[in-house]
Write a protein that binds this ligand. Sequence first.
Ligand code: NCD
Length: 312
Amino acid sequence: MKFKGRDIIDINDFSKEELLYILKTAKRFDPAFVKSDRSNYTIAQGKIVALLFFEPSTRTEQSFRSAAQKIGMGIIGFNDPEATSIHKGETFSDTIRIMDSYADVLIMRHPEALSAKKAAEVAQIPVINAGDGPNQHPTQTMLDLYTMMKEAGKLDGITVALMGDLKYGRTVHALSLALSLFRVKQIFISHPNLAMPDEFLKILKSRKVTYEEYERLPENLEANFLYQTRVQKERFKDLKEYERIKDKFILDSSFKKYLDRGIKLMHPLPRVNEIDPALDSHKNAIYFAQARNGLYIREALLALVLGRINSR
Ligand code: NCD
């Protein structure tokens, strides 16, 4: 297993063993597992991370910023490309090449699918994909797996339901692929126009994954986790279609009975109106804890790609 110098672009580039190793490494940064108040700021002291956010973000950008600083890194970059030379017409690959020479790790979010791969082809330093259009969001997937592992104590043998925008949602694409490496039953719940794309279902079939598809939330849903998602307004070509579909999959206070039955509710956030805030205080509504876990995963990933943490 080699992580030093590695790009994190596509969840398919990681084996089950590698994913489990990343989850194990993240535990070293999680106060739930590390009781002593040990500071980690010497781990990557003197290293620089460049954050290139061509698309808005709260959690991913801020948790990477926090993670980098917690392990002692300096930060450069932008979240408003219009305030850079891109505004003057600089090409994507020139921008990447320049940032590559000023930093030790590059973290990029971009509206185009496969843009992270393009950046990695130009950059010498490791590139971490923080979301490439509708395609993937591998570090979100790792924190999702970490959350499931922490809550259920295992991944093999669980059932995960994915709901909402399964067509445009990059989080559910990468998560479904990652779960397919484990013995996990997957349940897809969406409007038919927002169903999980065939290219992903084909992979699941080839990996002999058990999955079911529903057009509404089954009354008797049996699952360890329900992963709710936002309808991705910004990816719709026809906003009228968005308006027609957007409110079809809202979890209102009547969802409490599912939570009472032990189903844990996850969401990558941001939510718009798809989870009623009245559910937030339920112990099985775990989306804020999930977002917090992103910090530990990102500390682990930065330390791993910099080769600053030993394999154990
Ligand atoms: C998601 C994203 O950007 O893909 N958010 C996140 O990174 N936590 C989900 C979304 O935007 O709906």
